[in-house]
Design a protein around this ligand. Structure first.
Ligand code: C5P
Length: 322
């Protein structure tokens, strides 16, 4: 008996098989509360942030390439033309940093599908980095423990650790030291996004130049009502407790956002704020149809380039297919 026939057949099938590939997703976020202290010596503002992940996902596919190929990056989806595809992209840097940390060669083809508004204060770029870490860790079989992954994430950007963790969490430090928060039920959000992004450093600079005497100690105490609303699953109480210390700074750079917030309130939003450093405006709705109605009002008033709706909380970075 000979195996030559069947083995040749098997070999032919292997040659035709696509290279190994891992697809991962990570969520965008909204800051339910953002309290910012004065600029520190490290160039960062100490903050306390209550993050909620929302079900708008960045999807990253990491595909094996021949050794020595290095990293390549392609991007598609809404506003993808505005996203760099070189080593300045946070997904690229995430693959590079993970490779350095684990001692593997940084050989991978990354493909990013955008699902979060670009440069909108919703951590879309950070979600790309988070999804890339998880995808490459699986593809390269590096098995990095979650705690180490969180440290690598923090080195990439202040919001990356939360995009890895997901759900709802309180962030301190630069926003990267996280404690999960208890929540009940689902919250319905509408988002008004602008094609013109607002760079985070510009908003922090405006915050500094507004010469607000920010409290030197930033605490979570102010947000007791917010934490209770989350635990109770009470959207009306949550809407009333939304807070953003960067809102005034974002409005000073983009005054027209005040009208976007106002329109949401007129449409019955339980609360409406600039999301993080903006320019996206987030509105909390009573229900999914109400979220759609708020989004439709923004569109009718010409107050947004794109509108989005999503529920929160959503899961953190995870592999969805390999
Ligand atoms: O950490 P990340 O790269 O996202 O931050 C971008 C910029 O935003 C920082 O260089 C800094 O100017 C500003 N920033 C800050 N305080 C924070 C987070 C970010 O001043 N807590």
């Amino acid at each position: 008996m000979t195996f030559a026939g069947p083995l040749r057949g098997y070999g032919a099938r292997l040659a035709a098989a696509p290279p190994p590939s891992v697809r991962a997703r990570a969520p965008g976020k909204v800051n339910l509360a953002l309290r910012v202290g004065p600029l520190g010596d490290d160039g960062y503002h100490p903050l306390v942030s209550v993050f909620q992940a929302v079900a708008l996902f960045e999807e990253v596919t990491a595909t094996q390439v021949p050794p020595g190929t290095g990293i390549t990056l392609t991007v598609d989806g809404p506003q993808s033309a505005a996203v760099p595809t070189d080593a300045t992209n946070l997904a690229w840097r995430a693959a590079e940093l993970l490779a350095t940390h684990t001692g593997v060669e940084p050989d991978v083809a990354l493909h990013v599908r955008k699902g979060v508004p670009v440069a909108g204060g919703m951590a879309g770029g950070s979600a790309d980095a988070a999804a890339t870490l998880v995808a490459c860790d699986t593809l390269w079989e590096t098995g990095v423990p979650r705690a180490d992954l969180a440290e690598i994430a923090a080195a990439l950007g202040s919001d990356v650790p939360f995009c890895v963790l997901g759900h709802t969490a309180v962030g301190t430090g630069r926003g990267h030291l996280l404690t999960p928060a208890m929540t009940r039920g689902e919250f319905h959000w509408a988002f008004a996004a602008s094609d013109r992004g607002l760079p985070t450093p510009q908003v922090y600079a405006a915050f500094d130049s507004l010469a607000r005497t920010a409290s030197p100690v930033v605490g979570i105490e102010e947000d007791t009502a917010l934490m209770q609303a989350l635990r109770a699953g009470d959207p009306a109480a949550l809407g009333a407790a939304l807070h953003n210390d960067l809102q005034e700074a974002a409005l000073s750079v983009r005054p027209e956002l005040a009208r976007t917030v106002e329109i949401a309130r007129e449409a019955g939003a339980l609360g409406a704020i600039v999301s993080g450093s903006g320019p996206t405006v987030a509105a909390l709705a009573r229900s999914r149809p109400h979220a759609l109605a708020i989004a439709a009002t923004w569109t009718a008033e010409g107050a947004a380039d794109t509108v989005w709706t999503a529920t929160g909380p959503a899961h953190g970075a995870r592999v969805v297919a390999s």
